[in-house]
Write a protein that binds this ligand. Structure first.
Ligand code: FES
Length: 100
């Protein structure tokens, strides 16, 4: 039986980790697995666990601009992300948390 609920998260961060193995550009080429791990660590260290969720996503259709990180329901998309950009994304999440 179908159950519909409201998301329990203030922000749900999706990190595309799709890997085409070099066949053509994909987010995995930009170390998106490490990006996801760093975001998860930051969410834990900021005490946002349970309010902010970091999840792996499949392809979001904008592969040439990878790595891609999306935040919902705020509808923020970050493209051409590298592991060095994680702090900027954490700052954006912090701004979302301040407004909540
Ligand atoms: S591989 Fe990440 S958006 Fe397509």
């Amino acid at each position: 039986m179908l159950i519909q609920n409201e998301s329990p998260f203030i922000a749900h961060v999706f990190v595309c980790t799709n890997d085409r193995g070099g066949e053509r550009k994909s987010c995995a080429d930009s170390n998106s697995q490490l990006i996801k791990e760093k975001l998860k660590e930051a969410v834990d260290s900021k005490g946002w666990k349970g309010k902010v969720r970091v999840s792996t996503s499949g392809c979001m259709g904008v592969c040439a601009q990878g790595a891609n990180v999306m935040i919902y329901p705020q509808k923020l998309w970050f493209s051409e992300v590298s592991p060095d950009d994680v702090d900027a994304i954490v700052t954006a999440i912090g701004q979302i948390m301040e407004k909540s």
